[in-house]
Design a protein around this ligand. Structure first.
Ligand SMILES: [Zn+2]
Length: 329
């Protein structure tokens, strides 16, 4: 089992070797199964370079699938999103790749890569994008705008039972489109799964591998019976738990800071102290709920963030009691 970051170069080499055997039209991409298949699934790993946790499981399923590639009914494309950032151990090199998909930026490394990846994503009937969070998470969770078919795929994966969702009309970030948003905008299914804290771990391996096997197994069964793969609505007892953003706490400047140690999905009560907005002003939770994407930027000796900050220092999500289908379906 690979759980040590020293395994990363070997993982990349193993992926490259598989990509030589089953090449796609772009680099760092493996294309398996019949090109004329009625159903193409794209699996994304490490669109953010430090989020490597899905790579070992991707290699495991690739070695399983490579043995029987001639009998596959579906087409399966796997990519390593940002291999340069994986090597550097950083989220990105020049700009966030997962905010580039509606741009045509050929001036930056990530801009160019998003143009390449768009060619692959344009083939997708289903896109599963594996991510991880900077801080630990109490459990893995899905996060994407509500889209009925995508949600059914998420529920079918059994990789998480918490789903942070929103109206499709609301963009995830004002910077630019994520890969999954770009695919859903084309009317196809796309799921983003957050596996937990960034990096290799046994739990990320197991969650990814189980979900890959469930997805591939289901698609193969359906196609071999002449049906287009489309998971049924989950039974009400097996449904996901739905959450939406209730508060976004903006980054208020260089002195803004959270109390150390917050995790994704940690519960806080309204009024709880979360940190400081500035030296003299406390940051408190405006509502009760679960913390989402708490930000702890690297700081220099004076406490100033090493990189320019913006957006939110943390968000708070709350459970939705109605089914999102009724709200935004
Ligand atoms: Zn990510």
């Amino acid at each position: 089992m690979f759980t040590d970051s020293s395994a990363i170069p070997d993982l990349l080499n193993a992926f490259e070797e598989t990509a030589r055997e089953f090449p796609a039209e772009i680099p760092w991409c493996v294309d398996l199964g019949p090109k004329q298949s009625k159903f193409t699934t794209v699996f994304g790993a490490a669109i953010h370079g430090n989020e490597t946790g899905s790579l070992p499981a991707v290699l495991s399923i690739l070695s399983e699938m490579a043995e029987e590639f001639q009998s596959l009914h579906g087409r399966y494309i796997f990519f390593v999103g940002n291999p340069d950032a994986v090597r550097a151990g950083t989220r990105f090199i020049e700009r966030d790749l997962n905010r580039c998909f509606n741009l045509t930026d050929s001036a930056t490394l990530e801009g160019k890569r998003s143009i390449e990846l768009s060619k692959i994503l344009a083939e997708a009937d289903l896109f599963i994008d594996y991510h991880q969070t900077n801080q630990p998470a109490v459990f893995p969770f899905f996060t994407f705008a509500y889209h009925e078919e995508s949600y059914r795929w998420a529920a079918h994966m059994q990789a998480a039972d918490h789903f942070v969702t929103r109206d499709m009309k609301v963009a995830f970030s004002s910077e630019g489109l994520c890969g999954d948003e770009w695919v859903r905008a084309r009317g196809k299914s796309a799921v983003t799964l957050e596996l937990g804290r960034a990096g290799l771990s046994h739990s990320a391996f197991q969650t990814t591998l189980n979900s890959l096997r469930r997805i591939v197994g289901f698609i193969e069964t359906e196609l071999s019976h002449g049906r287009l793969p489309a998971p049924a609505k989950p039974a009400s007892g097996e449904d996901l738990k739905f959450f939406q953003v209730a508060a976004k706490l903006p980054w208020t400047g260089d002195e803004a800071a959270l109390i150390e140690g917050f995790e994704n999905f940690q519960f806080v009560n309204a009024g709880d102290e979360l940190g400081q907005m500035s030296k003299d002003v406390k940051l408190t939770a405006p509502v009760s709920g679960h913390l989402m994407f708490p930000k702890y930027p690297k700081r220099n000796a004076d406490g100033k963030p090493v990189e320019p900050q913006g957006g939110d220092i943390v968000q708070i999500v709350q459970a939705i009691t109605a089914h999102p289908r009724e709200l935004w379906g």
